[in-house]
Structures are given as C-alpha cells and as structure tokens.
Design a protein around this ligand. Structure first.
Ligand SMILES: Nc1ncnc2c1ncn2[C@@H]1O[C@H](COP(=O)(O)OP(=O)(O)OP(=O)(O)O)[C@@H](O)[C@H]1O
Ligand SMILES: [Mg+2]
Length: 367
C-alpha cells in the first residue's frame, strides 16, 4: 500500500484524501494547528515545521510527500526532500512564498504582470507611487492570503496610513488593475513530464476572498485559453514541476496578466470534483505517483460557491437540482472558508436557473 505524507492538514488535504482512497492510497498529515479538517479522514502528526524529529517521524512512514499549504517553510520541504521525494519541488514553494520573487520569476519567463516595485521605506513608497501611479495596491511580500496584508491606495492621502498599517515586513507596490474579470488556470504535470490543463475559470472575489468560480469561464476565445496554457507550461517546465499548479490571472483588454501562482490544488478548482472528468485532487495524486493523468474535460457547466463564515441549511442546498455540498468540519468563525457548494448542469441555461435558486438558499453573505 502506498502512503502519502501531506504537509498541512486543511480542507485541501482533506479533499486530496477523499480523492486518494479509491486509488487505494493511505495518507498521513502533518499540521501544527489545533484544528485540522484532514484528521477526520487520516492520521495526523501534530508538530511544528521546524521540528525535525516530527518531520522524520512523517518521512519514516510514507513513500512520497506533498503539501497542501504554500507557506510550509522551504527548510521543512528541503529536510523532507533529503529523505523522500517531495512534489511539487521546494523551488516552487520558494517562488510562490514571496510576491517579489514570484513576479520577478514571471517577468523572466515573459509572463506579463501588473507593474510592481519592492518597497522598504516610506520615502521609497512615495517614489514607487510616482513611478506606478494611482490607484495601486500595497502588499506584504510574504504570508498574505484571502486579501490579508493588502491596502489599496486610491489617492496620495492614503499613502501614510497604508504604510503605517503594513510596515514592519518587506512590501511590494503593485499597479491596481482595472480588469474585465479574474480568471485562473489549473495545470498539472506528472513525474514523466506529461501535462494537462483545465479550462479557464472565472472567479469573483469580495473583500479579497474568493466567493464564486464559474467553470468554464464564459466566452473564452481559443487564443486566450492558449495564452494561459503557455504561461502555465513555461512555469511547469522552468521548475521541473510535478503536481497541480494554479495561476490567478487578470483579463485586461483581451490579454492575461499573472497575479500569483499557487503550487498546490486550489480553491478555484473545487468545481472539478463533479464538473470535470478527473478532479484536480485525483490528478495531483496521479501526477506525484507517476500514474497517467486523467482527462480534464468539463462535464457540462459548474458554479462553485464558497461557504464563508456561516453554513446554510444542508437540506435546502441539496434540494436544488445539481447541487453538491462539501463541508470541511471546521468550527464557524467570521471570514473562514467552512465549505463549498458546486452546482452543475448539462447546459448553461439550466445552470443559470439553478444558480439563481442557490443564491436564494445561501442568502446574505454566501450568495
Ligand atoms: N494589482 C491588483 N489590481 C486589482 N485587484 C487586485 C490586485 N491585486 C489583488 N487584487 C484583488 O485582491 C484579490 C486578492 O489578491 P491576491 O491574490 O494578491 O492576494 P492573496 O491574499 O494572496 O489571495 P489568495 O486568497 O488568492 O491567496 C485578487 O484576487 C483581486 O481581486
Ligand atoms: Mg490570490
């Protein structure tokens, strides 16, 4: 029996395990936090990422290691990689943990990004504002998620306050992009170099948090899908990447700017559990085990809603035709991702009707 070690034990890990059991896989999660949605499904080791003894305990029990959280310290990934194969490679973590390194990496691969400048003093920030113009977004280089560690600068009067709120850690100023829509692409590469791509997905964020994904995104010209696949291919090959990779994109004037990448399965791919021939979770596992990848074709049309902060009535959700409910077993807290709902239909008209019904069921907050 093959044992997979997973660094991180959140909902992404939980859904990896759910996809892995039909393949006969066993999982062990490594998660320092008190609550770990994955532990309802598999053993977990509670340890800090710098605890080598605990990490050793993990590697002793598994054949291969992956991660479901991109802020796993690179040193932990490297320690593990000296003992067992780790996919995706630690270099992918290194790139995606720091927005400056990440955007510089995109630039080197000729993947367009919003304009950006590293900032390390208030003076420097003022000069960066001159250079990039307003509006702009000031972001912490590291540890941001769900829009945390970001301040939008709309006018010169916002500069000092934004600096005060974020100073103390390295920062990056980015031009604010007046995008037509946000898209993402999920790509997967296996150990033998086979690649597959999912369709471009449209994402809606509110307060920096992903609320809804539509798969496939509407009216995507073949050239736009091809452009996204070219960006993904460049990253996969440059990093000798293995596993699922997500790239978040802004569509502006018919072209794509890269916002960020995630070296793991991604929230904007949850629809693939019911809405694609092979889910992102199964394909990630196939990739890291050097198994043939599964087809990524969509099955009709899907819309995924994140359940944030509050949970709807399960019976009401499931009364909507084509609805699938996923709960992560987390305690309720404001702004927390507690689960998601995917609504699927064979055609877009039917999906639109079902989605309208689901919005009424989900009500304030999650609609
Ligand atoms: N330069 C920008 N221009 C316009 N909108 C932006 C810009 N940067 C970020 N945003 C908005 O804020 C959201 C969150 O930003 P970003 O993806 O950089 O942060 P994050 O906290 O790492 O998010 P995630 O939850 O995806 O990890 C984006 O999806 C987008 O809606
Ligand atoms: Mg993001």
């Amino acid at each position: 029996m093959i044992h997979i070690g997973v660094l991180g034990g959140g909902q992404l890990g939980r859904m990896l395990a759910l996809a892995g059991y039909p393949l006969g896989l066993q999982f062990i999660f490594f998660e320092p936090a008190e609550e770990a949605p994955a532990e309802h499904l598999a053993d977990r080791i509670v340890g800090d990422f710098d605890d080598h003894q605990k990490l050793q305990e993990l590697t002793d029990q598994v054949d291969v290691v992956t991660y479901e959280f991109e802020n796993v310290p690179v040193s932990a990934a490297r320690f593990v990689a000296e003992r067992r194969p780790v996919y995706p490679p630690a270099a992918a973590l290194e790139v995606s943990q720091d927005r400056l390194i990440e955007k510089t990496f995109f630039e080197r691969l000729e993947i367009p990004t919003p304009p950006f400048v590293a900032v390390d003093s208030l003076d420097h920030l003022k000069r960066a504002v001159q250079q990039i113009g307003l509006p702009a977004v000031l972001k912490t280089r590291r540890m941001g998620y769900d829009g945390k560690g970001q301040e939008i600068l709309r006018s010169a009067a916002d500069v000092d306050a934004a600096w005060q709120r974020l100073t103390g850690t390295p920062l990056l100023l980015e031009g604010f992009v007046a995008f037509q829509r946000e898209l993402s692409i999920l790509a997967v590469r296996s150990r033998n170099g086979e690649k597959a791509f999912y369709c471009l997905v449209e994402n809606e964020h509110r307060q920096g948090i992903l609320r809804l994904s539509r798969a496939p995104a509407a009216d995507v010209p073949a050239a736009l899908q091809a452009q996204a696949q070219r960006y993904a291919t460049a990253i996969l090959e440059q990093l000798d990447y293995v596993g699922v990779l997500a790239i978040e994109l802004f569509e502006v004037g018919g072209r794509l700017l890269a916002n960020e990448m995630a070296p793991r399965v991604h929230n904007s791919g949850h629809w693939s559990i019911e809405g694609a021939e092979t889910s992102q979770f199964e394909n990630h596992l196939r990739a890291i085990l050097d198994l043939p990848l599964g087809p990524t074709a969509t099955i009709g049309h899907s819309t995924m809603f994140n359940l944030i902060g509050t949970l709807p009535d399960a019976a009401a959700v499931l009364a909507v035709p084509g609805a699938h409910l996923h709960l992560y077993g987390k305690t309720t807290r404001p702004a927390r991702k507690l689960g998601h709902v995917t609504v699927r239909a064979d055609d877009i008209e039917t999906l639109n009707r079902r989605v309208a019904e689901m919005r009424r069921v989900l009500g304030a907050g999650n609609e």
